[in-house]
Design a protein around this ligand. Structure first.
Ligand code: GLN
Length: 443
């Protein structure tokens, strides 16, 4: 069969290569979130319970550095793909390094624990941005299915994130932490196998992209382009810089799901629902489940709103508003738990995660696509990297907040997170008009 015939194979009306990317990222996220669900709980668990016996502050700090590293590494990861390895080999190598990292953690020793974390940070940096890059190559510039393709891909991310804590969580918390980490490694291995098997489906898109890039470079050389930016381009770059700060604050609150909210689930929440007992890590599945349920509804809602659909900066504002509201909701929950010394209903956290998902669906899909629209074409890759850095700093910020878990009364801690994000939302709503002027026609 020729490459073209293969390229024309369809998957739900999309290029068949989308399935390859979907399952690769699904398994990679399975391994990431499966391990993440256990990471902090394992670090702070007493040694006699198989944990590392770290103080919460130390565990949260390592957690913050680790999650920060994962996203920060997307920048060199993207660069290595561009300059040296290409997309296909970067994703493959990234997957192998990630799986090795999880298997290192499956071995119970402190050295392999840290080494495993470093492997996962480096491997994810190679895999995550580049598998999204491959999705981009599946569609020609004119192909109207591109956005829908990315939405399906986002479903893959959340499917992996949903299943992982349900498998790695009980294995790790009920049987042995290291079985949980090993299961994460098995997931990544399955992802690599299906990625290699599906190579023929993604190859034509990557070949087309390589040709387009070569043509563009050739054209630029022929025109002898000057490379300074126009005033309008600078204005748009400044919008990215402004939104960088707000994005960082959003993720700083949101990414506490794996740290302070995970601890809240573990220590202060009743782990029983309708007669079923479940481990605390099960809560990590709630958010991705909500994403899977609500993203089609949001896509429909934006379409339905037509001209009333909020602008991108306003959606950022809503993202911050809802994440702020979610922490506000937890203030009374935390107050009841701590003042009465009881474990509270799991519905508190379900409510928190619901509000956070509403925030995520306002902000996350808009963020990256807006950067691609605002950045001058020749620095889109760099600007996407910068945007990943805001997520990275946000993760560090989240870990920093979680470090106060044992040191501050929780209503105070959650109240402070809520006040900061709500204030940021308010400021951003005031800035929507001037930002839109700077955007100069981009929505
Ligand atoms: N949950 C999404 C993912 O894992 C988005 C998280 C993020 O970008 N911080 O890719």
């Amino acid at each position: 069969m020729s490459d073209i015939a293969v390229a024309e194979k369809q998957w739900f009306g999309h290029p068949r290569g989308l399935a390859t990317c979907f399952f690769t990222e699904m398994w990679e996220r399975f391994s990431y979130y499966g391990m993440r669900a256990l990471l902090l709980l394992y670090m702070v668990a007493p040694i006699e319970k198989g944990g590392l016996g770290f103080a919460t502050e130390k565990g949260a700090s390592i957690y913050g550095w680790y999650t920060m590293g994962v996203y920060a590494m997307s920048i060199p990861g993207g660069w290595i793909a561009d300059k040296f390895l290409g997309l296909y080999r970067s994703v493959l190598l990234g997957g192998i390094i990630i799986a090795t990292g999880h298997f290192l953690m499956a071995y119970p020793s402190i050295q392999t624990f840290y080494l495993g974390l470093i492997f996962i940070v480096c491997g994810t940096g190679l895999l995550k941005p580049n598998v999204s890059g491959i999705v981009g190559t599946l569609y020609s510039k004119e192909d109207v299915r591109r956005d829908a393709g990315f939405s399906i891909f986002y479903m893959g991310i959340n499917l992996g994130a949903f299943i992982a804590p349900l498998i790695c969580g009980p294995l790790g918390q009920r049987i042995n932490w290291h079985y949980g980490f090993g299961a994460a490694g098995v997931g990544m291995t399955l992802g690599i196998i299906q990625y290699v098997a599906g190579k023929k489906h993604i190859a034509p898109g990557m070949a087309r992209q390589a040709k387009n890039e070569a043509d563009e470079r050739e054209a630029e050389r022929a025109e002898g382009k000057p490379s300074s930016f126009t005033t309008q381009e600078w204005k748009r770059i400044s919008v990215i810089a402004i939104l960088f700060v707000f994005s960082m604050l959003f993720w700083g609150a949101f990414e506490q799901a794996g740290s302070s909210l995970n601890l809240f689930a573990d220590r202060l929440t009743r782990l029983n629902f309708l007669g079923f007992n479940f481990p605390s890590s099960t809560f990590q599945s709630v958010q991705p489940l909500f994403v899977i349920i609500f993203s089609p509804i949001f896509a429909w809602l934006w379409l339905r709103m037509g001209k009333l659909e909020p602008s991108s900066p306003a959606k950022f504002g809503f993202g911050l508003f809802f994440v702020g509201l979610s922490f506000l909701l937890l203030v009374p929950g935390a107050a009841i738990a701590q003042s009465q010394g009881i474990k509270v209903s799991p519905m508190w956290l379900v409510g928190v995660y619901f509000l956070q998902t509403v925030g995520e669906l306002c902000l996350s899909p808009v963020g990256l696509s807006m950067v691609t629209k605002l950045a001058p074409p020749r620095i889109v890759g760099l600007m996407l990297g910068v945007f990943f850095l805001s997520i990275s700093f946000g993760n560090k910020l989240g870990g920093y907040c979680a470090g106060f878990f044992d040191r501050l009364p929780l209503p105070k801690l959650f109240g402070a997170v809520s006040a900061t994000t709500l204030a940021a939302a308010f400021i951003l709503f005031l800035l929507v008009k001037p930002i839109r002027r700077l955007m100069g026609g981009v929505h």
